[in-house]
Design a protein around this ligand. Structure first.
Ligand code: 4NP
Length: 159
């Protein structure tokens, strides 16, 4: 299985989701054997080739994750073929993905938090114009959402 996390810029939410999800695979051999590739991308082209946002990288390190090796890229049409799960951080990203997603691949695309049953939130808020606490809140929300996504994928694989 291949999993793609998508936000707007690919410098805040989706890279930390990728980092957290990859870390969870390292400690879960069953999941690691099912999921062969994890990546992240942005619907916008603003930050292609750029490091994740400095504030996100700092918050990541403070919570035991390192995302300094990641670089921004934009979603491409090929992603809809290549990936099995495409997880959008908010509704705007979801809608923009659906606008370009081929009909046959639409079931691959979902809202990241739609798999997190105990959350009242349906979207991961964009922290770009926020403060330090917003980045911490986003990381914690994504941590919970990421474990729900992993459970969903493992459940699907067991069917
Ligand atoms: P992200 O956050 O979508 O979580 O990576 C953003 C990063 C950059 C911008 C917006 C959101 N921007 O407008 O440049």
């Amino acid at each position: 299985m291949k999993v793609l996390f998508v936000c707007l810029g690919n410098i805040c939410r989706s890279p930390i989701a990728q980092g957290i999800f990859e870390a969870s695979l390292k400690s879960n051999p069953d999941a690691d054997s099912i999921i062969s590739f994890v990546d992240s991308a942005g619907t916008a082209n603003y930050h292609i080739g750029k490091l994740p946002d400095e504030r996100m990288r700092k918050t990541a390190i403070e919570h035991g994750f390192n995302i300094d090796h990641l670089r921004g890229r934009q979603v491409s049409e090929k992603d809809f073929e290549d990936f099995d799960y495409i997880l959008a951080m908010d509704k705007r990203n979801y809608e923009n993905l659906m606008k370009v997603c081929p009909e046959s691949q639409r079931s691959k695309v979902s809202l990241f938090l739609s798999h997190h049953e105990t959350s009242n939130l349906t979207e991961v808020p964009d922290p770009f114009h926020g403060d330090e606490q917003d980045f911490i809140d986003v990381l914690n929300l994504i941590k919970h959402g990421s474990s729900s996504v992993l459970n969903k994928i493992l459940n699907d694989a067991a069917l």
